[in-house]
Design a protein around this ligand. Sequence first.
Ligand SMILES: [Zn+2]
Length: 406
Amino acid sequence: MSLRDDARELQGELAVLRRALHREPEIGLHLPRTQEKVLAALDGLPLEIGTGTSLSSVTAVLRGGGEPGGPVVLLRGDMDGLPVTERTGAEFTSRIDGAMHACGHDLHTAGLVGAARLLAARRESLAGDVVFMFQPGEEGWDGAGHMVEEGVLAAAGRPVDAAYGLHVSSSSYPTGVFSSRPGTLMAASAGLRVRVVGAGGHGSRPHAALDPVPAACEMVTALQTMVTRRFDVFDPVVVTVGTFHAGTRRNVIPDDAVFEATVRTFTPAAAERAAEVAVRLCEGIAAAHGLTAEVDFVPEYPVTVNHVAEHDFLADTVREVFGEERFEPLADPITGSEDFSRVLDRVPGAFVFLGADTTGDPETAPGNHSPLAAFDDSVVSDGSALLAELAVRRLDRLGRPTKETV
Ligand SMILES: [Zn+2]
């Protein structure tokens, strides 16, 4: 039976696992209940299993039947939920107040378990080893960075040669369609936090105080002007101020005003420039009004870049295994960011999106991170099949001596 057929047979149990994970989402780097479920699901497979120390990761190594010292492929699934209160009304809805698998990482976790089962059953015929990277803390905690630091890329005892990951989407793509692009795939993200410090006073006597509110408002709009005046329109930048806090009462001038923004860029040059210009802008506006500004610009995730040859290999594999119509080239990069970029910065590989819309109209369906985001888990086994197929094929190609080396 083909790998895809075997994956179909696993679909029922993978959906059960996905729903169990969905009922009990955990947030951040420490996901003890999720880790428990993953360890239980892998129990009995011929894997060398390690768990993280600074986070509740699971790293599982499958030894292939080839010569020792053969190639190594890494497959990754992230496992964390979000601080969102679920409103999907699903039968397996989150039982944890204020936590939801609103980004579909429960499907990724179940999908990677599926890939492990498929490959374990073919262990003897694998031309090398496979590392399964079950990762907490994707949603802003840099779980991938932590796992890289703890050695996931050398878990097999030698460096990983290629790495693959996928991300489901509750909107944008038809159900079951894989989509990606060569080169730049997702944005880099950074956080901007600004505290404008003035001197509080009576709202009726602003001249006797130093009001931080108008200056902070100026900064918010000036940051948008910065985007259009300081950056090449063909190297786009997104700045969104997501929080703004000041004051306690309408007739009291507060001592300070604090706002935070997310900054998305697509090249290292733009990221560097944003760090420099945004800080100067906020400090300058504060100074112009006789105030001070404490500005922190914190780089988060780098740009996610698909290696061109690995992207092409992935797209070809989708087309061959599932059919031409199951791969849609993605025209533009997306402004979301991903810590799988930590892996792709170090190892050739590719990342792919997988449509999991439940509404029949992906254009209008609630997107990832929405309290209404619903994911069709019938795609999980196809995700498992693709990851497993990528591992088999890549190990085969890397393991087979080329004409030049014979
Ligand atoms: Zn996500």
